[in-house]
Write a protein that binds this ligand. Sequence first.
Ligand SMILES: C[S@@+](CC[C@H](N)C(=O)[O-])C[C@H]1O[C@@H](n2cnc3c(N)ncnc32)[C@H](O)[C@@H]1O
Length: 425
Amino acid sequence: MNDGQNDDNSMTDPVRAQYERYPYPPRDPGDEATRLVVGSPSHILEIDHFLFGGSRDFSKPFRALFAGGGTGDATIMLAQQLADINADAEIIYLDISEASRDVARARAKARGLTNIQFVTGSLNDLPALGLGEFDYIDCCGVLHHLEDPLAGLKTLGGALLPHGGMGVMLYAPLGRTGVYHVQAMVRMMSENASDDVKLDIARRTLNSLPPTNWLKRNPFVGDHTGLGDAGIYDLLLHSRDRAYSIMEIAELVAQAELKLVTFLDPLRYEPGIYIQDEELGPRIRAMSGLQRCAFAELLCGNMKTHRFYAVRSDNDQPTVAMLGSPDAVPILRELDGAAMAKEMATNRTMTVELDGIKAGFNLPQMAPAIFMLIDGKRSLKEIHEKIVAAAPDNIAPDWDAFMQQFQQIFMTVNGLGRMYLRCPA
Ligand SMILES: C[S@@+](CC[C@H](N)C(=O)[O-])C[C@H]1O[C@@H](n2cnc3c(N)ncnc32)[C@H](O)[C@@H]1O
């Protein structure tokens, strides 16, 4: 283990050489003063909800590993969230690229975060690095660049504590339609060229694409616009890059002796939100959960990545927070409950844009009142009590009627990654 230099093989590894020259995604530590980059997986509420039943006690020791932490987005997010609640947390950032580490470390410094240890090395060498076991491991955008992704995932799985969990992002094939076509063309023209020449060739190729080219026709891939050389290199010049369909992920995860918990955001993987046909509906509902996810991927064609949580296959405990207890506390993420309540006074449809697909979800009559009362502290019982207190006696909803409506809200908003549960232990 070391904090300063890389003692494994070096710049002969083209993937390491790339990330030394073009840390990805490009980030300016100065921006930490004005914003926190928030995403999924690895958001503290999401980890708690999907992996720890909504009842993780963060005052107890919590160890997290960011394997291939890059320029630090997820590391910084979780480190900040854990620092904000004074958690007893130890975060290990691991990456083969020293340049990426320097960016991540500068971001942590800019925020005054002291809960991260920066390690330079390969996740393949994890056992030898002696970093111990983890409650949580993040590995986003990394496995698909390894020579042996399965070996990498197995190594990470081997470092999970028995009830720990993992958040992973892998490229998905259909949403990246066109990327591999352009990669192949650029490769044909730039063998043995320097990085600068390769970048020039990639840019010229992008400028020369006819309107029929699949990348040109794919409006959802934008990494080559706005992220400079690093964006173009990562998308079009990567020396090792493959994409995984849902079924390939299921196989990879099973072979690594892990178990899928959920894809993110779960509702995007439910074909029923896109297809209302009365003949097709029952046939789709008869499929297994995994088949429905695979179906949704084929149906939408717009998924560029798959993000998912997984646990060890020998973990028999339910890990997802469930509705059931009146003491559960609903928490909104990146949503203003009061503002939503106001909007819903005139229109109770929640409309979202899912990479080119506009989807509307009808919310029940009590939704405005419920959203107004969700503050991340009130339990469902307290929210119900307040609704009852505000209603005339003859129309005050009983608990079952309230929960029926809350469940409908929860299925939608949780399914879209905007609501989680905090459950009493
Ligand atoms: C596309 S970046 C993703 C960074 C970060 N996880 C994120 O999502 O923003 C991939 C990162 O994986 C790192 N990486 C590649 N192979 C690795 C390995 N074997 N061990 C550790 N890190 C690796 C690269 O150096 C790079 O920083």
